[in-house]
Write a protein that binds this ligand. Structure first.
Ligand code: NIG
Ligand code: FE
Length: 404
């Protein structure tokens, strides 16, 4: 049975306890068979016979569960660095979108990209993510916005599962914005989603979740409800881009729909936060989006106080969040949204797994779970978040296999 020893502190990140309870073990050992963890504990208590086969050393470094990026828009063509400059000069995100830029620009560039372009782009990003310690990634469609282009992106995500080791979870975000072909026929586009795309996605089993961007310039609460109910009937659980640029009642809508997560939440009201807590909706903090758009960050303390379980993710996309550096997003969750380092760690591990319905297989280091972990050259979680470096991860294991 392969083992990993000489771990200074192992943050097991079990689900129980509050946002800041990461269940550390000092001087730990992990043993696994094939892809599955068989034993975890203090090296002193290790049963005899564990270290007979392959032995890896953490060299006295810290080990955390493989990080889970539970919100990305990884599949897109082209970038939008021109808008980055325009926003710094004073243009607003919605203003750029109204002039044909923003998401619509990426839709044009994604439709022009070939299957091979999109696959190569995703593979390169995933490889870099693994180096940062990331082992599970949620991938949204939403830059195709036609029947053909949305299905193509979801099929590329399926094929990527066979091409590389990161565990991928697909989300259908056909309801990102209304595409130009339907600018005068919103109802027609909602029907295309509900009556054509959702049934096709169900038939080919192309997505686990359905997401809607609820915002001025995107979709209304009523439209979101219709789309997400159709998706639920087709077996897809709900997610929402909620209250990113204004309070659109997204937190409460997520609660009413029984969504697994509500993401962004920069402007969610106290009442909305309370309904999320009661309904057990995971709140996903996306610090890059508020940083790049110069918006108020999500108020982390209010959510923690209300008892909402919080995750942290990158929101990687070519507009509002052009970075896939999850440890940097975690550090920003600390500095901007006032998470403690331990809270951010729980947010990028077991709570992120919870936001994907994968909490029984990934996100913590426990017997029976997948042997996904990251070794970090840091003294503890506080030092990791405080002394930000390009990459503190020295080795990533996925399914028990070192990725180097
Ligand atoms: O999550 N909010 C909507 N969608 C993305 C932004 C996409 C873009 O700007 O291309 C987000 O921030
Ligand atoms: Fe997003």
């Amino acid at each position: 049975m392969p083992i990993l020893t000489d771990i200074s502190t192992l943050y097991t990140c079990k689900l129980d306890g509050g946002q800041d309870e990461v269940h550390p073990i000092i001087g730990a050992t992990i043993a696994w068979e094939d892809e599955t963890i068989q034993w975890v504990g203090s090296a002193r208590d290790a049963p005899a016979g564990l270290d007979t086969a392959m032995q890896y050393s953490a060299d006295g470094q810290v080990v955390v569960p493989g990080l889970v990026d539970c919100h990305t828009h990884i599949g897109f063509g082209g970038w939008r660095e021109d808008e980055f400059e325009q926003r710094i000069k004073g243009a607003g995100y919605l203003e750029i979108a109204e002039a044909g830029g923003g998401i619509q620009k990426t839709v044009r560039q994604t439709r022009e990209a070939t299957n091979e372009d999109l696959t190569t782009h995703c593979l390169a990003v995933l490889e870099e993510m693994v180096r940062l310690g990331v082992t599970t990634v949620e991938c949204k469609s939403g830059y195709g916005l036609s029947e053909e282009a949305e299905l193509q992106m979801l099929r590329i995500y399926m094929s990527l599962k066979e091409l590389q080791p990161v565990r991928l979870v697909s989300t259908f975000l056909g309801a990102h914005v209304i595409p130009p072909e339907y600018s005068d026929d919103r109802a027609g586009y909602v029907s295309l989603l509900c009556d054509t795309l959702i049934p096709q996605i169900q038939e080919d089993d192309l997505a686990t979740f359905c997401d809607v961007f609820v915002e001025e310039g995107a979709f209304s609460g009523e439209e979101a409800e219709k789309i997400l109910r159709s998706a639920q009937d087709a077996g897809m659980q709900s997610k929402l881009h909620a209250d990113q640029l204004s309070d659109g009642g997204g937190g409460a809508l997520a609660a009413r729909l029984g969504a697994i997560s509500a993401d962004h939440l920069e402007y969610t009201s106290t009442a909305g936060i309370d309904t999320m807590a009661d309904a057990g909706v995971v709140g996903v903090c996306l610090p890059f989006a508020s940083l790049y758009l110069n918006q108020q960050p999500m108020q982390g303390r209010k959510f923690v106080r209300a008892g909402v379980r919080l995750a942290v993710a990158t929101d990687f996309n070519p507009g509002s969040a052009p970075s896939y550096h999850l440890p940097l997003a975690m550090m920003l969750a600390c500095t901007m949204s006032r998470f403690t380092p331990a809270e951010a760690l729980k947010g990028a591990t077991i709570h992120a797994a919870l936001a994907l319905g994968l909490e029984s297989s990934v996100g913590s280091i426990e017997k029976g779970k997948r042997a996904d972990f990251a070794i970090l050259d840091v003294s503890d979680v506080n030092h990791w978040m405080y002394h930000f470096r390009s990459n503190a991860c020295t080795r990533t294991f996925i399914g028990g296999i070192p990725q180097d």
